[in-house]
Design a protein around this ligand. Structure first.
Ligand code: SF4
Length: 298
């Protein structure tokens, strides 16, 4: 696993990123950051009072066709910075009152982030660090970042191969994400929140994820059920992405399944009434002002 033969994630592109070759994620070898902000839209213990110190990295190794952050994930919006500057931004978030450092989709940049986190800790970073990922990473990548991480915040988007092929061109997503999550649970039991986004019209996928959680993670992790799926009008066009929001009936059905599977530990979002909250990363504050306060913008 080296960036000269990149296999940091299950795509195993085998490109030489040191020589400037890029793989599926289009990441180079430096940190590329779009935004650092105090974020108040995470689960209550993560946002806390001061806000989560969210750092939104550019590029993504999963590439969901419905991504609400498509400007940074697939259009590479952001600026390359040194690992030392990245550490400086973490310290600025700390000074601004952040409750934690929340690394959003940093998987393709793990090597640079290891360097940045080590430097930040040597220079006074005391905040707990969250690894907020799509779950699509190798167990080796998880082991590499673990020393610098206090909590894991992985997605488990689906276990269904057909949906994974259609949504992320990654039929192996479910099996690899489940493996990486089990690795996280073994390394940091009771310090993991598994997020699942309900996909309108695809409740069979949600049921499978809930069943997996009940069998494999309950008691060692919390579940965060998210209802914020929003059809992205200007993002990646795909016929496989739902064109509507989660319905009230779907919401009730999923809540009933929580009782059926006896899943008690975790969080669920209220239904989102409209798409007004979608971020626009070209703005100084991409989110609604009550949700976010910008500390650094690319
Ligand atoms: S991190 Fe990027 S280049 Fe490396 S294997 Fe994954 S998608 Fe390919």
């Amino acid at each position: 696993m080296r960036v000269y033969n990149c296999g940091l994630c299950p795509r195993h592109c085998a490109v030489n990123r040191i020589k400037g070759e890029t793989g599926y994620c289009r990441a180079g070898t430096s940190v590329k950051l779009a935004l650092a902000a105090l974020h108040f839209g995470e689960e209550p213990p993560i946002s806390g009072v001061g806000g989560s110190g969210a750092m939104f990295f550019s590029n993504c190794n999963l590439g969901c066709v419905f991504c609400q952050n498509y400007q940074i994930s697939s259009e590479s919006y952001g600026r390359e910075i040194s690992a030392e500057d990245c550490a400086g931004i973490m310290l600025k978030l700390q000074e601004a009152g952040a409750e934690n450092i929340n690394l959003v989709t940093g998987t393709p940049q793990i090597y640079a982030l290891v360097h940045a986190l080590r430097y930040a800790k040597q220079h006074g970073l005391k905040l707990p660090v969250y690894w907020n990922s799509s779950g699509y990473e190798t167990e080796t990548a998880v082991e590499l970042i673990d020393e610098f991480i206090d909590f894991y915040l992985p997605d488990l988007k689906t276990l269904n191969k057909k949906y994974a092929r259609a949504w992320f061109a990654g039929e192996d997503y479910g099996e690899t994400a489940a493996r990486s999550i089990l690795k996280m649970l073994s390394l940091k039991p009771n310090k993991t929140i598994i997020r699942h986004l309900i996909m309108p019209g695809f409740l069979d996928s949600t049921r499978e994820v809930l069943e997996w959680f009940a069998k494999n993670a309950a008691g060692r992790a919390e579940l965060s059920l998210m209802t914020q799926y929003t059809p992205v009008k200007n993002g990646i066009v795909s016929n496989s992405a739902p064109k509507r929001f989660v319905s009230q009936d779907e919401y009730k059905t999923v809540l009933n399944w929580l009782f059926e599977f006896e899943i008690e530990d975790g969080y669920f979002q209220e239904l989102m009434p409209d798409s007004g909250w979608l971020p626009d990363f070209s703005r100084e504050n991409p989110f609604e002002s009550k949700l976010s306060k910008t500390i650094w913008h690319s």
